[in-house]
Design a protein around this ligand. Structure first.
Ligand code: FES
Ligand code: FES
Length: 183
């Protein structure tokens, strides 16, 4: 079976079995950034965007994405130039084994597109379908708040592991950031 869709901005044809899920087809076509965890819709590792909405690709029959627009983690940043959400996760040490992270980042990217300034409750609610067994979630929430700031600052990203200066975060005037005077 051939399935035609727009994948990461390009018109492609995925060849798949009738019973394949979108996850099967993506990984079979080399898009291995999308991870298989539970395979039953519980972990969120396989999250991608379909027509702008977060979808657990292990539950999505590939036949249903005929004509759809699909985005995977491969369409975000590169190793040398991370997307602001990816950079925020790295800078906040919001990952350990990293296996949950592609799905987590796809979900967060969708969240911030629909709600650029989520509060902590909204972040936790949005990520309730994305499990992480390593981090304890606190740093993930920090990373999402940081990513929201970076995106609202036109994607400004610091490269030294620090946070960008933002008007909605209190400044303690230290010498470690460009906004501090060290006094
Ligand atoms: S692999 Fe899809 S939700 Fe776990
Ligand atoms: S970083 Fe290991 S499962 Fe999330």
């Amino acid at each position: 079976m051939d399935v035609e869709l727009t994948l990461n901005g390009e018109d492609v044809t995925l060849t798949a079995a009738q019973s394949d899920t979108l996850l099967d087809a993506l990984r079979g076509a080399g898009y291995t950034g999308t991870k298989r965890g539970c395979g039953t819709g519980d972990c969120g590792f396989c999250t991608v965007a379909v027509d702008g909405e977060p979808v657990k690709s292990c539950l999505q029959p590939v036949a249903r994405v005929e004509g759809a627009t699909v985005e995977t983690i491969e369409n975000l940043g590169t190793q040398d130039e991370l997307h602001p959400v990816q950079a925020a996760f790295v800078d906040n040490a919001a990952l350990q084994c990293g296996f949950c992270i592609p799905g987590m980042i796809m979900r967060v990217t969708q969240l911030l597109e629909s709600n650029p300034e989520p509060d902590e409750r909204e972040i936790r609610e949005a990520l309730s379908g994305n499990i992480c067994r390593c981090t304890g979630y606190e740093k993930i929430v920090d990373a999402v708040q940081d990513a929201a700031m970076r995106l609202s600052n036109d994607g400004a990203v610091v490269s030294d592991g620090g946070r960008p200066v933002s008007s909605n975060r209190s400044c303690v005037g230290c010498s470690d950031c460009p906004g501090g005077d060290g006094e």
